[in-house]
Design a protein around this ligand. Structure first.
Ligand SMILES: O=C(O)[C@H]1O[C@H](OP(=O)(O)OP(=O)(O)OC[C@H]2O[C@@H](n3ccc(=O)[nH]c3=O)[C@H](O)[C@@H]2O)[C@H](O)[C@@H](O)[C@@H]1O
Length: 432
């Protein structure tokens, strides 16, 4: 091979002898012949790969189409039936995050009073999806249809508005949790910012445009120290990325209200708890650990001050959500333009009586009849704030919001549900 190379590419051009030229020629022809064979083989392989890839993408596309969890006449019929209003002056509501904690409760409350409800949920695995599926089964059993899909799916949203002229959207789908933002920041941007914008785009384009009520958070008050927190207080110092995305949501919704005339109400929820709650929250994970005899970690603030939260019971929050939907004015835009200014509101939905975390644990111990193994540590700098406390005068005046369940009573109901749901016998030992 080296000889051939030397001959074909002589170091001194023009020194190839004539008699050797034929030999070179023969070798060159042989070589060319084998190169062209290789070339043909290469072409064949490329063609084979290309056809394999296009076949693969065809299979992908068609299987996506065939296995798509939405679409089709039967699906549309289910949506229409679920969205049917069964009372005079009733509303038809698209509830995002319907298999979530607040979403499932709100959906049931709306359906019970005769409003039309269609749920949307992506059933992600931020926490045990089997709990979300169980909530969905509960909704199914009451005749509420939940579409499996993401708020980032603009096509799906457009289709839903195509099938039903929803009067309202209750937007509760979000990446929740204050401290998880350290681990997975992108999920907050994906759901709380990108997802919100996709939803607002769909609402803007819908005809008629729905009125939107959505979940902001008490965490927007961040490092605010003025208590109780009022809607007019500063919210420009968030302490976590979660809070920052909720604050961004308030600004983004304002923009859509201003430009497109969407009627928008933002609700700042204060640490909502109760039956069918979220396993990532302290009251829930404490209960699990206490029952399993595992230690719980209680964070403590600077100078050994206990952390406190304005824990708010789910039924009170549901009343606040329904009050917001009922008082929401119509959106004023169409075809991408607003005809006149539309309603824009923000409310605190809290309980107005903060309780410290150690007190929360003591209440749980009483209801569970088990002593907790307390491990008190200094609050890590991962987004927590020392306390929350809602001023609810505005919601009281305008939504007739009036919380009635204190932490003692609310946790009793939660524990009752927890023991039953997870199969504990009345004596406290697990029934599995
Ligand atoms: O009100 C809100 O804005 C927020 O309320 C909760 O956030 P958070 O108040 O942090 O609720 P938990 O995670 O249940 O924590 C409650 C308290 O327990 C403390 N904690 C939590 C976990 C733990 O292991 N130990 C512990 O002491 C926290 O520091 C906090 O003071 C929700 O998780 C957020 O989605 C919601 O937006």
């Amino acid at each position: 091979m080296r000889i051939l190379e030397d001959e074909l590419f002589p170091s001194t051009p023009g020194k190839v002898k004539i008699e050797r030229a034929h030999a070179i020629n023969r070798q060159f022809n042989r070589c060319f012949a084998s190169t062209s064979t290789m070339f043909l083989w290469a072409l064949f392989l490329i063609a084979l790969t290309a056809s394999y890839l296009s076949f693969q993408s065809f299979v992908d596309t068609s299987s996506k189409y065939l296995s798509a969890s939405w679409g089709g006449l039967h699906w549309e019929k289910q949506i229409r039936v679920s969205a049917e209003v069964r009372r005079p002056q009733g509303i038809s509501v698209l509830v995002t995050g319907a298999a979530g904690f607040v979403g499932s409760h709100v959906s049931i409350a709306l359906h019970k009073r005769g409003d039309g409800v269609v749920g949307l949920d992506n059933f992600n695995s931020y926490y045990d999806p089997s709990l979300k599926k169980a909530r969905k089964s509960l909704l199914d059993s009451q005749g509420i249809f939940v579409v499996e899909g993401d708020v980032n799916d603009g096509r799906l949203l457009a289709k839903l508005f195509d099938v039903v002229p929803f009067t309202h959207v209750m937007h509760l789908a979000a990446q929740a949790g204050v401290r998880y933002a350290i681990e997975n920041p992108a999920s907050y941007v994906h759901s709380n910012i990108a997802g919100l914008v996709t939803l607002l785009e769909a609402c803007k384009a819908a005809d008629p445009q729905p009125a939107i009520v959505w979940a902001s958070s008490s965490s927007v008050y961040g490092l605010n120290e003025k208590v109780p927190f009022s809607e007019s207080d500063r919210t420009d110092r968030p302490a976590s990325l979660y809070a920052a995305t909720k604050k961004a949501g308030e600004e983004i919704t304002h923009t859509y209200n201003h430009i497109y005339g969407l009627s928008i109400t933002g609700l700042r929820f204060f640490t909502v708890y109760g039956p069918w709650g979220r396993p990532d929250m302290a009251y829930f994970s404490f209960t699990r650990n206490i029952l399993q005899g595992k230690p719980i970690t209680i964070y403590r603030g600077k100078n050994r001050v206990d952390l406190a939260r304005d824990f708010t019971y789910i039924d009170d929050i549901v009343k606040g959500c329904l009050g917001s939907l009922d008082t929401a004015e119509k959106s004023t835009g169409s075809g991408g333009k607003k005809r006149r200014p539309a309603q824009y509101r923000i409310y605190n939905l809290g309980n107005t009586s903060p309780v410290t975390v150690p007190t929360l644990v003591s209440i749980l111990e009483r209801h569970l009849k088990v002593k907790a193994k307390r491990n008190v540590v200094e609050m890590p700098g991962n987004g927590d704030v020392p306390f929350t406390h809602a001023n609810i005068s505005l919601a009281r005046a305008e939504l007739r919001y009036k919380p009635t369940t204190n932490l003692e009573t609310g946790l009793k109901k939660f524990v009752k549900w927890y023991l039953r749901y997870y199969g504990y016998s009345p004596r406290g030992s697990k029934n599995l």
